[in-house]
Design a protein around this ligand. Sequence first.
Ligand code: NAG
Ligand code: NAG
Length: 237
Amino acid sequence: MPSPLFSSVILCISLWILLLSPAQSLTCTSQKLPNNKQYANCSDLPTLDSYLHYTYNASNSSLSIAFLSTPASSDGWVAWAINPTATGMAGSQALIAFKSSGSFVVQTYNISSYSSIVQSKLSFDVWDLKAESASNGAWVIYGSLKVPVKAEKLNQVWQVGAKVTNGFPDKHDFKPANLDAKGTLVLVGTPVSPTPASAPAPSGSAGGSPAPEKGGQSTLTANYLGFFLGSLIVLAF
Ligand SMILES: *[C@@H]1O[C@H](CO)[C@@H](O)[C@H](O)[C@H]1NC(C)=O
Ligand SMILES: *[C@@H]1O[C@H](CO)[C@@H](O)[C@H](O)[C@H]1NC(C)=O
């Protein structure tokens, strides 16, 4: 029989893990946007410490997003784009945020090719564009956009840069993290994740309506963690 002290220590450690790990394993789901703005879904993007919070409204084919990332320097820029025609940078329809005389601006760039990066209207409607600072030097770009009717997924691209010259974002680095900053944004159905059939349903999303800030992989981790902690606590007493 473990001593009461031992049990308490285990319990404390368990609680400590429980309290701490969401910040590490559930990054976007536990992330607080400025003013506690809420979106139905979020995704931890695979590179450049970037996150996309989004709500898709299929009935009017609109998508509202909050893209959170950290510029390569405080005089730099962050960008998020949809590419309607391909998977990389060429063809992307970008929202780029940077600071001009201390205030945020969000501009739209139609990046028709690597050599033609010009500020212009996008190939789809965008509205409610805005950017602001978040915690730890991160910035958030907000926006709403019209997506093709019945779209189920989109190609997204994101990027960060270190410098803006005369109101024009300078070239970003060409490190692997920059070059790999692209992926699929799944609008319909659960984000793709290797969920085994036996995994417990994420709490709160048993019904049809989407729970706020679903995260595929991360939710799974949390459930296993809960099971692990449950076992630990049973062992301890
Ligand atoms: C989606 O858009 C329709 C049409 O504008 C609106 O009536 C509905 O409330 C929207 N749904 C959500 C969840 O915002
Ligand atoms: C769709 O509905 C949402 C929520 O009601 C609204 O914010 C958005 O402006 C609408 N989109 C369009 C294209 O009318």
